[in-house]
Write a protein that binds this ligand. Structure first.
Ligand code: T5A
Length: 194
């Protein structure tokens, strides 16, 4: 089973993904937690490159997709074939939302490249942590990070549009306290694990 966690920067994905991982590990035993871009040697190098250099929009898209192809090949495919539970902090929906709705690259083309890089793997469940960019930015500011609000607004709208088109995506309000958000996430995950 593949569970992906999505949302704009500062929505709380990393916090919730870790809590879910710890919970499911106790309950189910073998569970894996990965992040995009990253979780493989090459994927982590690509993350460093993306943090270090300002690259063009197409280069950025292809770097995210390369990290995804590596993760898919080395970890996702083998683990999912064995029936393991995998939690993934961002996946293809992030590329559609950020590079498509955020940066304006053709969405149909992104979806095709997403399919290619992920070998057509579809998450069984996607948790979309939805939060206003204003609240997300406050959280990021506390960590000395700054993002452009208009960009985050477009990305949030993009995520919500993707959610409208895909039943696997469950939208959870992420501006409540961490325990409340987690309780709501767990409710949805439990329904899918039964
Ligand atoms: N990207 C990624 C693309 O453009 N295209 C792609 O295809 C992919 C895969 C890196 C960047 O790459 C882009 C998106 C990103 O800009 P990332 O590492 O996932 O991706 O970056 P962020 O989303 O920015 O990760 P963050 O860790 O900063 O944000 P999270 O994971 O959403 O939030 P989290 O859990 O770290 O929480 C942020 C802060 O808020 C607090 C936490 O303690 C933390 O301090 N917090 C809460 N505070 C109050 N109430 C709550 N409910 C809270 N939940 C968390």
């Amino acid at each position: 089973m593949l569970i992906t966690i999505e949302g704009i920067d500062g929505a709380g994905k990393t916090t919730i993904a870790l809590k879910l991982y710890e919970y499911l590990k106790k309950e189910k035993g073998e569970v894996y937690l990965f992040r995009e871009p990253g979780s493989t040697e090459v994927g982590e190098k690509i993350r460093e490159i993306l943090l270090m250099y300002e690259v063009g929009d197409i280069t950025e898209l292809l770097l995210f997709e390369s990290a995804r192809a590596e993760l898919t090949e080395r970890l996702l495919l083998p683990l999912l074939k064995k029936g393991k539970i995998v939690i993934l902090d961002r996946f293809c929906d992030s590329t559609t939302a950020y590079q498509g709705y955020g940066r304006g690259i053709d969405i149909e083309m992104i979806e095709r490249i997403n399919m290619f890089a992920s070998r057509g793997i579809k998450p069984d469940l996607t948790i979309l942590l939805d939060i206003s960019p204003e609240v997300a930015l406050e959280r990021l500011r506390a960590k000395d990070r700054f993002e452009e609000i208009d960009f985050l607004r477009r990305v949030r709208e993009g995520f919500l549009r993707i959610a409208e088109k895909n039943e696997r995506i469950k939208v959870i309000k992420a501006d409540e306290d961490i325990e409340t958000v987690f309780k709501n996430v767990l409710g949805v995950v439990r329904e899918h694990l039964c």
